[in-house]
Design a protein around this ligand. Structure first.
Ligand SMILES: *Cc1c(COP(=O)(O)O)cnc(C)c1O
Length: 357
């Protein structure tokens, strides 16, 4: 650390993204990207004509993009916020609505690692709420109306989802606090809470183009909420980086909404591949959580989590291993194409066979 860093950030531990190694071609199942390219409409929209306009700033109001999202989700233009990836929106949420006095925040002890990082970045007081033994969320832990709540639904890295009804129970009991539902993985089989934003002014639903819409590299996320919450987020955006959606991402984001059918079909394929891969892993003695996401959270009864991760990596298959004690026996495996899953299954089988002799 340099001697010039702001005192406030001295103890800050940054988020560690999944590795993006360049040393060889891996079957990449470690960062929950889509194995499918963006839709035709997106590929065509990011055209030479659009590139030739890069000398000009993009529309800071993102009106056309917001309109496409608003129409698709049947909400008003004033209910949509867009930003540079949903991480950006999470950052703004902690910045805008949380602090160490009146607006503390709570979230599950096992969840998306960035929540803790943003809380620390902004000096927000936070509580980690333990999960049940089966990694499910106990909604009774969130009935206090005593802190803002952040829940990934489905949760990461477990893939376990709450029903919309359960989220609504939480909303009812926390009328004076904000509830952020991070729906990064909702399109892979969980229930979206977007429609509840019309009924509850304390709900923010955050979504991303990075997973189900095959655009992790474009950096685009959006939030849907009551008009006042959106304008608070806009205030933060205009106080940090008004042009945070670039021209190419903007046109891509509009076209992706129009090509909904392509993405829905891809999600169906991913769900099929998830169920197939879980079944095969379970036949080899793994236990898995009931995932509604585009990944499988799995633990073997024959090999440790870290050992399996390393052996798979040496065989060209990259999965995500977390070293924290409560989940270190697990790996999070992104669901890719059938071919990728068969490669994973074959290598796991070989590794287990080797271990037997
Ligand atoms: C991937 C992910 C995000 C981040 O998405 P970006 O839009 O790529 O920033 C947010 N929340 C969860 C739970 C995720 O897994």
């Amino acid at each position: 650390m340099g001697r010039f860093i702001n005192q406030r950030f001295k103890a800050l531990e940054a988020y560690t993204p999944g590795e993006q190694p360049r040393d060889m071609q891996y079957v990449k199942l470690n960062t929950n990207e889509s194995p499918f390219p963006p839709s035709k409409g997106v590929l065509e929209a990011v055209s030479e004509i659009e590139v030739s306009k890069l000398n000009l700033y993009p529309d800071p109001t993102c009106k056309e993009l917001k309109a496409a999202i608003a129409e698709y989700y049947s909400v008003g233009l004033e209910n949509v916020f867009v930003s540079n990836g949903s991480d950006d929106i999470l950052n703004f949420f902690f910045m805008a609505f949380c602090d160490s006095v009146e607006h503390e925040v709570k979230f599950p002890s096992i969840s998306y690692g960035f929540y803790k990082v943003y809380a620390e970045l902004h000096g927000v007081k936070y509580t980690l709420v333990p999960l049940n033994d089966d990694f499910s969320i106990d909604i009774n832990d969130y009935m206090g109306n005593d802190a803002n709540i952040v829940i990934a639904n489905p949760n990461a890295p477990t893939g376990i989802a709450l029903s919309r009804k359960d989220v609504e129970k939480i909303l009812c009991k926390n009328k004076d606090k904000l509830v952020l539902i991070d729906e990064a993985y909702v399109d892979f089989g969980a229930e979206s809470c977007i429609e509840l934003t019309k009924k509850y002014d304390n709900l923010i639903v955050v979504c991303t183009y990075s997973k189900s819409r095959s655009m992790a590299g474009a950096r685009l996320g959006f939030a849907i909420a009551n008009e006042e919450l959106i304008s608070d987020l806009e205030k933060i955006k205009y106080s940090t980086n008004p042009y945070n959606i670039n021209r190419l991402t903007m046109v891509a984001g509009i076209e992706a909404i129009k090509d909904a059918e392509y993405y829905t079909d891809n999600c169906k394929t991913i769900i099929e591949n998830r169920e197939y891969t879980s079944r095969m892993l379970e036949e080899m003695g793994f236990s898995t959580t009931p995932s509604k996401a585009n990944f499988i959270f799995a633990k073997s009864n024959k090999i440790g989590g870290e050992e399996l991760y390393l052996k798979l990596k040496s065989r060209g298959v990259l999965v995500r291993h977390f070293s924290s004690a409560d989940i270190c026996e697990y790996n999070r495996i992104t669901v890719g194409t059938k071919e990728q899953m068969d490669k994973l299954i074959t290598e796991v089988r070989n590794i287990l066979k080797e271990k037997e002799c």
